[in-house]
Design a protein around this ligand. Structure first.
Ligand code: ASP
Length: 324
């Protein structure tokens, strides 16, 4: 029986072209991927749909929710063995993680993109698309959460991040590495993810902001944020989860106002823990009610807090969810 793979295009460099005169890379009237001949295995049947044609800095949580709903609708309407989603690389990890947390279907879902547009020499788009189709059509790819496939590597949505501004090997999973590779013949997995973290969301309307800590950070930014009707804050703290003492009063003010503050580390390896007892150290932040995350980067913790806040703003419950 032929495998049925459904491709959803959302835009990004993979769907753009370079203007030979100006060198500017931008979307055209027609997505070049639609007319690119894809030589796929004859055992694979492809159907595709263009949901958006947006550069990924234009993608918002509302687009992500539309994508979740679209995947669920297609899964209910027809038999699909796997989904491939083309997306701009800048915010690809955020959309991938949003889908990981919210899509209920168990078939493989693979996101891909490109660092070089369709008419540039060495364009990586068609190759990454073909690799992603191979992965989505592999039985072992199911029940591994949403996957990200570029440059012959298979990563989990939870761990992958864009690490380089222009290199085609930009997607990496710091600390954990890829869970599989793409070969000429197909996909080979060497790890299985352990976590299973799912949420049912109808709407996404909470405002969550992301702040990075730095030497000498003051409380003023937190006081300003309190005036913006923000629903939650992600704080990319220092090292194992510490902030300068001058920032503590500001964090305390937000928590006392009922605004959850979730802490991640600005280090891209490791997790935050309540180790240090000095002023601004993790132990003090825990006593204040700061929520400790489990290794997500700042942009993904923001996605998770937006989703979690749709069902609870109880600090103890949020802390449980952020340990998953
Ligand atoms: N700026 C582009 C985007 O994210 C980069 C890319 O797709 O690779 O849409």
């Amino acid at each position: 029986m032929k495998k049925k793979i459904f491709i959803i295009h959302t835009g990004g460099t993979i769907s753009m072209s370079e203007d030979e005169q100006t060198g500017a890379v931008s979307p055209g009237q027609q997505n070049p991927l639609i007319s690119t001949p894809l030589v796929v295995d004859e055992q694979i049947h492809i159907e595709s749909h263009e949901l958006f044609n947006l550069p990924s800095p234009h993608i918002t949580s509302q687009h992500m929710l539309k994508l979740t709903n679209f995947i669920e609708r297609i899964s209910n309407e027809k038999v699909v063995d796997g989904f491939v989603i083309t997306h701009g690389t800048d915010t690809l990890e955020e959309t991938a993680f949003f889908l990981d947390l919210t899509v209920q279907t168990k078939v493989p879902i693979v996101l891909t993109g490109a660092m070089r547009s369709s008419n540039e020499i060495g364009s990586d788009g068609p190759y990454n698309l073909l690799s992603s189709i191979k992965v989505a059509a592999t039985a072992e790819a199911s029940d591994k959460g949403v996957l990200v496939v570029l440059n012959d590597e298979i990563h989990t949505a939870k761990n992958v991040t864009k690490t380089h501004t222009s290199n085609i090997a930009t997607f990496q999973s710091p600390q954990y590495g890829p869970i599989g590779i793409v070969t000429k013949r197909g996909a080979v997995f060497h790890h299985s993810p352990v976590a299973n973290d799912k949420y049912q969301v109808e709407t996404i309307h909470k405002k969550v902001m992301l702040l990075k800590a730095y030497a000498g950070m003051e409380s003023s930014i937190f006081y300003l944020l309190k005036e913006t009707q923000v629903d939650g804050i992600i704080l990319e703290a220092l090292g194992q989860g510490n902030v300068p003492p001058s920032a503590v009063e500001g964090i305390k003010t937000l928590i006392e106002a009922g605004i959850p503050v979730v802490m991640v580390s600005r280090c891209f390896n490791g997790i935050v823990q309540d180790i240090y007892g000095y002023e601004g150290g993790g132990r003090k932040l825990k006593e204040l009610g700061v929520i400790f995350s489990n290794g997500l980067n700042g942009q993904k913790a923001r996605i998770k807090l937006m989703i979690a806040l749709e069902s609870t703003n109880d600090l103890a419950r949020l802390q449980e969810l952020f340990l998953k």
